[in-house]
Design a protein around this ligand. Sequence first.
Ligand code: NAP
Length: 248
Amino acid sequence: MRLLILGGTTEASALARRIAGRHDLDPILSLAGRTRSPTPPPIPFRIGGFGGIPGLKTYLIEGRIAAVVDATHPFAAQMSQNAAIACRDLAIPLAILTRPAWRQQGGDCWFGVTDMKAAVLALGETPRRVFLTVGTLQLAAFAAAPHHHYLVRTIEHPHGMAALPSHRLILARGPFGVEDEIALMQEERIEVLVTKNSGGAATEAKIAAARTLGVEVVMVERPATEDTRSFYTVDAVLAWIGDHRPAP
Ligand code: NAP
């Protein structure tokens, strides 16, 4: 069974590890190529965009792909939409492997916004000490609010940091612990945390730390996705793959 996994996440890596060596599956993992030196996956892989919906359709047809698992990040909306349209048009089964969104709990002080531009506006006019954990791609949006001080945490060195006049950059990869997050926010006198609602345990500690310290959270909510089957565990996706195995 030719299986295309759209990856770039811990969920996709976990699925790849589980199916590596299975003789009934012929998988290929697709990475966008954003990470400079990704760890080579344990299954065959390709790197780079497909060329929009037409390119993806050509790839699916020429590769005789029998099913697609979209295990991209919840904020990789373009790739997910392209996959939904291409699979619908070609009648190829598509499942989403994702993580549940974080939900507000008692004691949280969240300000929900729909995009990064709105997150910048939500910080307001009064200068504040802001913890930015939004990845690298949309940091430039905060150049529009240079009166704040930013503590920026990313995995890889981002471009465009010069646009933020007052900042400190930390390079680190999760998982993070709640006590460490509390200590960091206290040391840096953080007043507001900006994050995308990525969900998942690896980076949830900052949410708990903000709750403990009474720090406000500007939460960029997830983009809407097509109405496709979503699963939250690798086991559930494996069962789905089994159900969609082509007849011999
Ligand atoms: P995006 O905006 O949805 O996608 C932009 C374009 O990048 C897509 O149209 C596609 O190009 C290409 N692309 C994206 N994912 C791909 C994949 N797995 N394989 C091949 N091409 C892919 O995506 P993004 O937000 O830039 O994210 C890029 C990658 O980083 C994804 O794999 C995602 O899982 C991972 N990631 C994203 C975030 C985030 O916050 N956005 C966080 C962690 C990891 P074509 O149109 O040419 O096919």
